[in-house]
Design a protein around this ligand. Structure first.
Ligand code: NAD
Length: 368
């Protein structure tokens, strides 16, 4: 299979983790006989410094002409500490989602058994949790009208949803539930918000087209509590942009660390794959970032965008084997991890790459 992949490292640890993700793509291409062509492009603070804009036209052109995108993260302390700066790295991210029509963000939350102890939640509550989030990406307060009035003393962000935006993500969630445990939980705040009432109305309508799927509704405050109290009660969760942003970070604790969770942003064209974590300035340049979320993003890419199921499974199994052998980055190590088994970013990437060859050798010839 021939595919063109754009690597968008972005800022901070984005560069460190996408380097490891790319190594995995190179190994998969070599072992399974695919031709992956790579191009790099700039976004975020890096792009602002070089061109004055967080998403240069040159980057956008490359993104519109490729088969998939491996993204790192954007962000820099300069902007976090000065909210008055008008040109900001995250504008590049929002513009990219809008321009590429990436309206659904998928976040699988699945805990590797080896990391049960790394979470702050009790292992018996966690074990067996397997949730797939669908977060809407192109509507809500992020894109509604915003501004200030009364000499800057009143601020507003309009929470806005249109019927078609809810319909298309609801379809994606119901279709995914058909391949899983056949349950969809739609999360909103319909007791208070009009946009949530539209959300609920539309999800109910679409749900009628999927009579084999159990649909339940939860208010976002209750869902936040139940995620921690009984994560196993969820299968597919579908929610708006703001609620999804918050709930998926909360759910990252189920997986033990931000460094373990991958995500896919899809629409009707090219797909974008990225870890859920940010640019992590506190550890940038120290070589200790966990690259597994970026590597698991690669597994999502080759499955969802390229349909390479065996190759994707191989990457996931290679990560599992690496963890089984006791290897950890610092963020997922615990008191039982010996010093020699705590790896830096590059060595963790190399371990997974080595394991890919071993896992591939065990695949029955008929499936290769
Ligand atoms: P963050 O995800 O960057 O970091 C949160 C904590 O998790 C930090 O302590 C960090 O060290 C740790 N962490 C994150 N990824 C890790 C990894 N791979 N390995 C080990 N530890 C890891 O979130 P933040 O600190 O709130 O934000 C930092 C910057 O990232 C900000 O500028 C923010 O705007 C930006 N950000 C960008 C994105 C994105 O590009 N998609 C997402 C969230 C935050």
């Amino acid at each position: 299979m021939k595919k063109k992949i754009v690597i968008l490292p972005g800022d901070g640890i984005g560069k460190e983790v996408t380097t490891e993700g790319k190594k995995v793509l190179v190994k998969i291409a070599e072992l399974f006989g695919h031709a992956f062509e790579f191009e790099e492009a700039s976004i975020g603070h890096d792009a602002i410094e070089a061109t004055g804009t967080p998403l240069p036209d040159e980057t956008l052109t490359k993104l519109k002409n490729c088969d998939a995108i491996l993204f790192g993260a954007v962000g820099h302390p300069k902007y976090d500490n000065d909210p008055t700066l008008k040109v900001r790295p995250e504008q590049g991210l929002l513009k990219m989602r809008k321009e590429l029509g990436l309206y659904a963000n998928l976040r699988p939350i699945k805990l590797f058994d080896e990391l049960l102890e790394a979470s702050s939640i009790k292992p018996e509550i966690l074990k067996g949790s397997d949730i797939l989030f669908f977060r809407e990406l192109t509507g809500d307060v992020y894109f509604g009208e915003k501004g200030r009035k009364d000499n800057g003393n009143t601020a507003f962000d309009l929470m806005i949803y249109q019927r078609y935006e809810v319909e298309r993500i609801a379809h994606k969630a119901f279709q995914a539930a058909r391949t899983r445990k056949k349950k969809v939980t739609s999360v909103d705040k319909a007791n208070v918000l009009e946009s949530s009432r539209l959300w609920r109305e539309v999800v109910q309508e679409i749900g009628k087209q999927y009579p084999d799927i159990l649909l339940e509704h939860q208010f976002v405050d209750a869902a936040a509590m139940k995620l921690i109290q009984n994560p196993k009660s969820f299968d597919v969760v579908v929610t708006g942009n703001l609620f999804g942003d918050i709930l998926t970070d909360e759910a990252s604790q189920i997986a033990g660390s931000m460094g373990m969770l991958a995500s896919a942003s899809v629409g009707d064209k090219v797909g974008l794959y990225e870890p859920i974590h940010g640019s992590a300035h506190d550890i940038t340049g120290k070589g200790i970032a966990n690259p597994l979320a970026s590597i698991l993003s690669v597994a999502l890419m080759i499955d969802i965008s390229f349909g390479l199921k065996v190759e994707s499974e191989t990457v996931i199994k290679a990560v599992e084997q690496t963890l089984k052998q006791g290897y950890r980055t610092a963020d997922i190590a615990d008191a039982k991890t010996s010093k020699e088994k705590i790896l830096n970013t590059g060595k963790m990437g190399a371990q997974v790459v080595n394991q890919i060859a071993t896992v591939r050798d065990r695949i029955p010839v008929s499936n290769k």
